[in-house]
Design a protein around this ligand. Sequence first.
Ligand SMILES: [Zn+2]
Length: 385
Amino acid sequence: MFDLLLKGGHVIDPANGIDGRMDVGIAGGRITALDTGIPAEQGKKVARVDGLYVTPGLIDIHAHAYGGYQGWLFPDTHTFPSGVTTLVDTGGAGWKKFDHFRETIMAEAKTRVLAFVNIVGAGMEGAVEQDVSEMDPVPCAKAIEKHTDVVIGSKTAHFGGPGWEAVDGAVQAARQSGTIAMIDFAPKPTRSYRELLLEKMSPGDIHTHLYAQHIPLLDDDLKVNDYVLEARRRGIVFDLGHGAGSFWFRIAVPAFEQGFLPDTISTDMHRFSANVPFAMMPQTMSKCLNMGMPLYDVIRRSTVAPAQTIRRPELGTLSVGAEADVAVLEMQHGDFGFVDSGHARMKGNRRLSCALTVRAGQVVWDLNGLTWPDWHTAGKYIVIP
Ligand SMILES: [Zn+2]
């Protein structure tokens, strides 16, 4: 018997190369069957998901769930309605406050919250992010090693100084702890994007915000720069990281046309990106879809690809035995518009939205009540489990 049976949906699970109609059986918080034609009688609870896409729970590897400056948001209220079951906080806490972050947010959220530790000891707290004396890789690496079960690596962001202290510190902390660094970078005359990609970063390190207006991804003829292509060949990971200011159609569309796609789709979710430009995962994925990325690939870059990037290969899949994190997505067809960080619009004809989210086997979002009985057949109900 299954605690929950998702029946009749179109499963897209790129980790297993699955793209077709299948049923998903969940028991004890895990995926216990992925097969065609599982009888409905085997489900204690059965949700008909015909016409919907069933995918692994989405993994957002750039979001903000802690810290003062960026306007962080508590995860569950925006993750589950977006199909996100794993969220990676990117540098909200440095080593000085990581324990507090862990106790107050990670422990309280139902979303699986992982993190990059900020190279700034005080974390993402405003002016202190510019203080190079705060950028000590030794305690940062120690914090990474202490919290290795929830930490992915190190992060640098928002540094406006002329030097390399922030990048060097984050990269050193990652190397010392055997992890990876995520880099948010704004080039200066004293430090170029080319140097960052080819001289500072190593394979597996992530550059986030690749379609930001301050990133020289394209040359004057709108061609992707050769050194960017070289960096990708060397294994540098390029993350979308939408945010309020870091996703521009006039950069992304030419890059897409040249086949320079984001390795991972992420939102940079925070208080100032949530409503305008509405950088939620399904909306950000829809932008990629309408710029020409096939749906299977959109799902891949939102599930198994981020799982591999953050070195959590057990996530981002519907494999039997995996923790049951599932998103059920609806594809809407019509005349839609999508807004970028410059508040310009791109028209599109397909939009993904999230109908149902399961986290560790528990239904945590169910827009249409697919997993509940109709009230008039429910008998004398109190609260249906
Ligand atoms: Zn961010």
